[in-house]
Design a protein around this ligand. Sequence first.
Ligand code: HEC
Length: 487
Amino acid sequence: MQWNLQRRSAGRVAWAVVVPSALVMLPWSAMAQEAPDGPPSAEVTFTKDIAPILQQKCQNCHRPGALAPMSLVTYEEVRPWARSIKYRTGLRDKPEAMPPWFIERDIGIQQFRDDFSLTEDEIAKIAAWVDGGAARGNPADMPPPRIFADASEWLLGQPDLIVSSPSFEMPAQSPDWWGPIGATPTGLTENRYVASVEVKEVAEPTEPDGAEPAGDWRTTGGRAIVHHLAWMPVSAEGRPLPEDEGGGIWPLHEVGRNPDVFDAEAGRLLKAGSSLMFVNAHLHAIGKHTRARLDFGFRFHPRGYRPTKRFVGLNVDTRLLDIRGMEANQKFEGFLVLPEHTKIIAFEPHMHAAGVRMCLDAIWQNTAETLSCAGYNHGWVRTYNYADDAAPLLPKGTILRSTGYFDTTPANRNVADPRNWTGLGHRTMDNMSISILRGIHLTDEEFEEEMAERLDNLGLADGQTVIGCPLCEYGRAVQAVVTSGQQ
Ligand code: HEC
């Protein structure tokens, strides 16, 4: 694909920044030239080498009753998929890659929380195993099976408060629908600060007259009729709350999305007597008449907790989309100037079916630096949470640039009709291009403290810097001057 070439040249800009050797992640093109650590291909076996990888990186979805279309637990189950596994894992960050983690390894920040991507060594082992005939190996080498939590369990543990939306229904066949779906009182009698929120869709097929549905409805995709839902806490009377009373932007719920953990110092207020208002849901039909609701699981900070930092949601949005049919490598940019010093905690590319890649750059004092690039597959909504010592620390005045890449050729299998022109819109067949970001705003003092901590934790000398911290290289003495003088 053409955008590969652009990616390489963009990569040079980012890597030209002084990066201490301990932090350098080799571009994978360079890594690929090194011999993998594993044994020669003839000795790679399922029981010894492959089963542990599948347990760790695949079976949370690929096991009986879970999300994925086939189980990858036993040798008998895995063997027929060997070629497909080699192909999908070898795609790395391209839209159909498995596991569905699309951060590009040769550009931008590389440290994330909950990174479940494969290492180069694991990818090489899988390829060697398949090329060597996909041998079973010695049954005695097989690791004990991995035990998983039930699908109904909460990933972050039992919530302190569960708020259910009203239930709603979608006919078997229907155009997409979007609109408000009501409100539910939280029932809270005291103010609490939210540490995390996890949303589960509880969907069941139902005939309009309440009769049991016929046939097997539990196919992939049969679990959800909600594509996404914008929601927010409101007052008991249903009025918007000011930001310091827990109003403002809360993370959008999207199908397949991981839970949100807020910065520990920037817990969100959920007010006594508030309700959750489900402002705008986007529903789609799945071939069976379905009734569903959304359960919101809140985990709270202990009573008495007070946040010391301010959470902020930012959208770097592109509204002027003019996407032609039958054309790869179309790109559109959007910009946002940061009004305050900001630590960016999470990057979530948001596009629709034609989207295949998104990049986020920070432009500061005439220098553009790529923070992250990720492949995009509209079948997968992913949020990438930066690791603590890697989250971008950007001075106010930084310009964020979000670049969405679109492919409307038949090579992008998500596009229903490659011939169509599309522009901005809500429907899946329309398009969007937004870098959805979560972060915290920092005062001058907090910003300097964060940078000092970063330099200490990473052991950087004056003059050295890392990706995503344009002021780090100035050294502690100069930072204070530059920070307060920046517009
Ligand atoms: C987060 C859940 C998840 C994880 C983790 C995951 N998969 Fe998948 N996988 C899916 C789903 C859902 C599909 C079907 C939709 C798609 O292709 O995107 C799929 C499809 C596939 C396919 C293609 C099947 C076909 O019909 O051609 C292969 C091969 C595959 N996965 C292998 C793997 C391997 C190997 C791993 C681990 C290295 C892995 N997956 C990790 C959910 C997952």
